[in-house]
Design a protein around this ligand. Structure first.
Ligand SMILES: [Zn+2]
Length: 479
């Protein structure tokens, strides 16, 4: 089968036209104009706002005039990644589509099925004369992959619909009905370091070999956090010998579970310290999940340097051990989904002290408030300063909403299997919109897209034609 023979023809034709237009995050103007002009030429209302978001309004088809409107939504931008050795100018060159049986891929670059399938699906519906539907609003946002600034700047008062089918998920037969919000807490631990004293040995402790992972999606897997384990080892050692911290550093990204951490300490009784630390290291190794099987913690002699006093050193260890880290609650609506978590992400030395970053996530806003308070509670006894930054809202699921029921029933009638209702412990644009329009009933769905954000991105073309059929049938049933 050739690309031109794929059904429904309109869906794949619009996807191909869009693929010819460069549309990396921040460079969506031409794609926005294509979508707007296509909608205008089909006789609908369409406009581009100041952030290059496109909003289309289509009238209800006969017999659906008195039905509540529906919003279809996705994003215009795509992640631009190319294989080493692939020559591709993402500001000029079209994405080259390669069809290999049921699998569509690009030639050495990201495909942009995330999220070109949303525009292709909506435009095909707007171009059809055989898909009955209530009044439609179609919103295509910009810069989703780079901070969701399009959705942040969109004026939600332009929307009248109170049910949203978001087409930006990647698993066929699954509807996402919840995502997490997040916030970063910055903790500054200050203290005076004094020159080394004569009677101490200086030791370097290095923790490495841990699996790490995404701070949201992997937080429930029981993997060890290198910063937390280093603090644990030092605390155990501090009970055997007085200790002064010379340096402490671990982790490097807010959204990753730290895999490595190191510290330098001056200890009065190195033999006793090592024995206690080694005992703790053995306990940690015995607790590790298989992915953390390469865990190691090594202690070696090091150069002396200025250090915090004994009391201030214990303050730092107590702070690191008291900061929230890991899973703090599971969803009541979606089985197996993490509701609230935090990640002790980064510790680094800066000019004015030791900077610590904790990134917290929750689908429940009040739990995110509480995570900020818990960070402040841990910081208070150490006299550390706390500020919170980059907060974005989550999306707490409505159990069994009318739109979820319609989705499940339509899926079953069309394809004979049970659809799944899922949530993700990471961010989605739906969360932002839901925070501004709390009574919006939302599902997020999509075709089978694999290896998102990489040159190995693929789309199963059969799953896109089934997605189109499903969305059309859901609209038809809104009578
Ligand atoms: Zn996307």
């Amino acid at each position: 089968m050739t690309y031109e023979e794929l059904e429904p023809k309109k869906v794949f034709s619009y996807f191909k036209q869009l693929s010819a237009i460069p549309r990396g995050s921040g460079n969506e103007r031409a794609a926005a104009e294509f979508v707007r002009d296509t909608a205008l030429s089909l006789g609908h209302e369409a406009e581009i706002d100041g952030a290059n978001n496109v909003l289309i309004r289509a009238k209800a088809t006969p017999g659906y005039e008195d039905k509540a409107p529906v919003l279809l939504q996705g994003h215009l931008d795509m992640v631009c990644e190319a294989n080493r050795g692939t020559k591709h100018d993402f500001l000029k060159d079209p994405i080259e589509l390669v069809l290999d049986g049921e699998i569509l891929r690009a030639n050495g670059t990201t495909l942009g099925a995330d999220d070109g399938v949303s525009e292709a699906t909506a435009l095909a519906i707007l171009a059809s004369d055989d898909v009955p539907h209530p009044a439609l609003e179609c919103l295509f946002t910009t810069d989703e992959e780079n901070g969701m600034t399009g959705m942040r700047e969109f004026d939600p008062s332009k929307l009248t619909a109170r049910r949203l089918i978001n087409i930006d998920s990647a698993g066929e037969g699954e509807a996402t009905v919840s995502c997490a919000g997040g916030v970063r807490s910055h903790i500054l631990f200050a203290g005076e370091k004094t020159p080394p004293d004569g009677g101490s040995s200086v030791l370097h402790i290095e923790v490495a070999g841990l699996a790490g992972g995404h701070s949201g999606e992997d937080i429930h897997l029981g993997r060890k956090n290198a910063i937390a384990e280093t603090a644990r080892i030092l605390w155990a050692g501090s009970k055997a010998s007085p200790l002064r911290i010379v340096s402490f550093a671990g982790g490097n990204r807010d959204n990753a579970i730290p895999r490595e951490c190191s510290a330098v300490v001056a200890v009065r009784d190195p033999g006793a310290f090592r024995a206690a630390a080694d005992e703790e290291i053995r306990k940690i190794a015995a607790e590790c999940v298989p992915e953390d099987g390469n865990f190691r913690a090594e202690i070696e002699s090091a150069e002396a340097g200025p250090a915090f006093g004994c009391e201030r050193s214990l303050d730092l260890l107590t702070l690191l051990r008291n900061l929230p880290n890991g899973v703090h609650g599971m969803s009541k609506a979606v089985p197996g989904l993490v509701e609230t978590s935090s990640n002790l992400a980064v510790v680094r030395e800066e000019e004015d002290g030791i900077k610590i970053v904790v990134s917290s996530r929750s689908s429940v806003e009040s739990r995110l408030d509480d995570m900020q308070n818990r960070v402040e509670c841990a910081a208070h006894p150490a006299g550390a300063q706390v500020s919170h930054a980059g907060r974005y809202p989550g999306w707490d699921p409505m159990s069994d909403s009318p739109l979820q029921r319609l989705y499940r029933e339509t899926w079953k009638d069309c394809f004979g299997t049970e659809a799944k209702i899922v949530g993700i412990h990471a961010g989605l644009e739906c969360g932002l919109l839901k925070s501004r329009i709390p009574d919006m009933d939302i599902i997020s769905i999509g075709p089978d897209i694999r290896n998102l954000h990489s040159p190995d991105e693929t789309l199963n073309v059969g799953s896109l034609s089934r997605l189109y059929r499903l969305v059309c049938e859901m609209l038809r049933r809104m009578a």
